[in-house]
Design a protein around this ligand. Sequence first.
Ligand SMILES: NC(=O)c1ccc[n+]([C@@H]2O[C@H](COP(=O)([O-])OP(=O)(O)OC[C@H]3O[C@@H](n4cnc5c(N)ncnc54)[C@H](O)[C@@H]3O)[C@@H](O)[C@H]2O)c1
Length: 439
Amino acid sequence: MKISVIGMGYAGAVTSACLAELGHYVTGYDIDHRRINSLNSFKPQIFEPGLEKLIEKNCEIKRLKFQHVDDSDLDLGEITIITVGTPSDPNGSPNLEYIWKSVEWATEHLQQNSILLMRSTVQPGTGDLISTRFCENKNINYISCPEFLKEGEAVSDFFTPDRIIIGGNNSDAIEKVVDLHSGISSPIIKTKIIAAEMIKFASNAFLATKISFINEMANFCEAWGADVDDVKEGLGLDHRIGKSFLNAGVGFGGSCLPKETRAFTSLASNYGIKSNLLESVLEVNEYQSQIPFRIIKDVFADMNNVKVGILGMSFKPNTDDIRESPSIKIAQTLSKLGCQVSCFDPVSNQKSEEKLGSTVKFETSIENLTTNKNIILLMTPWEIILNSNWHQIFESMIDPKILFDGRNSLDPAIMKNIGFNYIGVGRGISSSHLDHLSW
Ligand SMILES: NC(=O)c1ccc[n+]([C@@H]2O[C@H](COP(=O)([O-])OP(=O)(O)OC[C@H]3O[C@@H](n4cnc5c(N)ncnc54)[C@H](O)[C@@H]3O)[C@@H](O)[C@H]2O)c1
């Protein structure tokens, strides 16, 4: 099939390359010339394992190309997929500015009987509105087929998703979107547009709830001296609960979970609903992201003297995405309070520097980052960070040599044995055990 994809960010670049790999002829469009140029030279501006190779291969066999929306030779094909960004407004409600612009542009150029497929995450109700406002009078079929990729594993997620949700009003259009996915053997759920939109929102809100739940349990574990990892093991073996998304830590970030959870809480009042549960999920998440601040406040008499090294800036490993990353939030908090903050990330130093400016220092190696620091905050468990020479790091630090493991990804016994004042999240080795330290 001939396909166009609008919006070449994380979701769009992966969708384009993977659909081409399935055998479709794909053109990816964006409003950003630099993005288009970098994709046409096989160097995407985003870091996603496996993506670069897939782009190069499919461009070379002429199944994939990238164009600017203003190019004159437009041919959107049988299906146009929207993957533009849907950020939050400052009050938390979804901002659909990019959606309206891209839908307007696409429906102007689409042929009759073609399909407009929404892969961006839009609040329930948006699809029916687009369908009546932009599609019906032009005989264009609207389909909601939400994106569920996980950054860092997006390419494999595309080919082996847990499910494919296809929401639409026209059965021929739904079947065509089923065909679009042929080659992928995951379950397909065919539903109404509004249900497809709700499934996406509800999935992210549930995952966020799971994380905040385990984080709250971690805080109780900390108080009572239990290890939350043992608790996770016992909880997760109950098949009604499952182990995934039960890792305690400094909270969730990224472009999806915070945004979609906030959308529920900010839109609730429009419908006379009070979203008590999801408001608490966000509150717990905010509280978790500030754990390093509370540790530093407890241990050090004067914030101005504290030398902090932050290891990992992306919101999780294997991506350069720093949107709503806990590392960014804590770097901002600590530098505002006067701490001397240095940061290192294997791939997102530049993006983080653009965001944080000169308020913090960026280092190009783990060794430089950890040298002469009082406290190291391990925020993103990249393999390269976990496999560091921790003995060397310990030697390079200055007292009180605190290692805060914000993702519980190191062995506490080994780290304590090396000599670190190790603190995890809910591992029963709380900052109250650092009472003897006073700096
Ligand atoms: N990133 C993820 O992990 C992920 C996962 C699931 C769902 N989603 C959803 O997918 C959507 C896209 O997310 P993303 O992370 O890829 O966003 P992004 O910000 O990385 O990329 C959006 C792209 O759209 C382009 N764009 C904006 N307006 C345009 C227009 N009118 N025409 C053409 N291009 C335009 C931008 O220049 C940018 O390149 C969002 O709704 C998001 O919630 C993202």
